[in-house]
Unconditional design. Structure first.
Length: 229
C-alpha cells in the first residue's frame, strides 16, 4: 500500500465518528442522504482504489492515475472536515465515478489479452492433441482441464464486464470481480502451457514473454513498470 493510501485509511475512522453540519451544494443521487453516502463511499472508494492498485500499475495509467484518484478522495475528505457535507458527498460520488471509469478501461485491457491468449491456447491444444492421437496416445487430460477452467474464467469475467462496461454511475465492485476472474483464467492458461507437449525453449520463451501477466496474476506490480513509474 502506498504512503498516501495509508494516510487516507485514517480518514475512514474519523468520518465514522465525526458528523458536522450540511452545506447546500448537491451533485449526488438525491435518493441517498449525504452523510450515510459519505460514510459508505469513504470506505468503498478507498477499498476499490486499493484493490485496483496493481491492475492500474500493470495495465492502466500507472502511478499518476492512482495519484489522481487518491487526490480526489483527499479533496472529498477535506470538504467533509470543513463541514461541507453536501459538497463532500458530491465529491465522493464523483470519485466513485472516476474509479469506475478507470476500472472499465483496465478491465477492457484484461479482456482483450485474456481472449487472445485463450484462442492461442485452444489452437495449441488442438494441434498437440492431434499429434498425440496420431501416435496412438491419449489426450493430455490435465491440459484439457486447465483449458476448460480458463474458458469458464473468461466467460464469467466477460459477463461482469458486459454488465458494467458502459455504466456511468455504478459501484466498481463487479469490475474488480471481473479482473479477478480474468487473472484466474490467464493463470490456468499458463499452467496449461507448462503441462503441454511442446519444445522446452519455446515454452520458456512464451512464459518469459508473459512475465508481466504472471506477476499480475499474483497481484504483484511488474518490476519493469515499477522502474518506469
Amino acid at each position: 500500500m502506498t504512503k498516501k493510501l495509508r494516510i487516507y485509511a485514517a480518514f475512514l475512522l474519523s468520518i465514522i465518528f465525526f458528523a458536522p453540519a450540511y452545506s447546500q451544494e448537491k451533485q449526488f443521487n438525491q435518493l441517498y442522504k449525504p452523510l450515510p453516502l459519505i460514510k459508505r463511499l469513504s470506505y468503498e472508494n478507498f477499498k476499490n482504489i486499493k484493490l485496483l492498485q496493481t491492475a492500474i500499475m500493470n495495465y492502466g495509467g500507472g502511478e499518476s492515475e492512482i495519484e489522481r484518484l487518491i487526490d480526489q478522495y483527499a479533496d472529498a475528505s477535506a470538504l467533509y472536515f470543513q463541514n461541507q457535507i453536501d459538497a463532500a458527498a458530491s465529491k465522493f460520488a464523483e470519485n466513485e465515478r472516476e474509479i469506475l471509469k478507470v476500472a472499465q478501461n483496465v478491465t477492457k485491457k484484461y479482456r482483450e489479452d485474456s481472449e487472445a491468449l485463450l484462442v492461442q491456447a485452444i489452437k495449441l491444444n488442438i494441434k498437440v492433441s492431434l499429434k498425440r492421437q496420431l501416435k496412438g496416445e491419449k489426450r493430455n487430460e490435465v491440459a484439457d482441464k486447465l483449458l476448460a477452467n480458463a474458458q469458464f474464467g473468461v466467460q464469467k469475467a466477460s459477463d461482469f464486464h458486459d454488465r458494467y462496461k458502459d455504466a456511468v454511475t455504478a459501484p466498481p465492485t463487479e469490475l474488480v470481480s471481473s479482473i479477478y476472474y480474468f487473472r484466474r483464467a490467464k493463470e490456468n492458461l499458463f499452467l496449461m502451457y507448462e503441462s503441454i507437449d511442446m519444445d522446452a525453449q519455446e515454452k520458456k520463451n512464451f512464459l518469459e514473454q508473459h512475465k508481466k501477466d504472471i506477476d499480475d496474476n499474483n497481484n504483484k506490480i511488474h518490476q519493469s513498470r515499477q522502474k518506469e513509474n
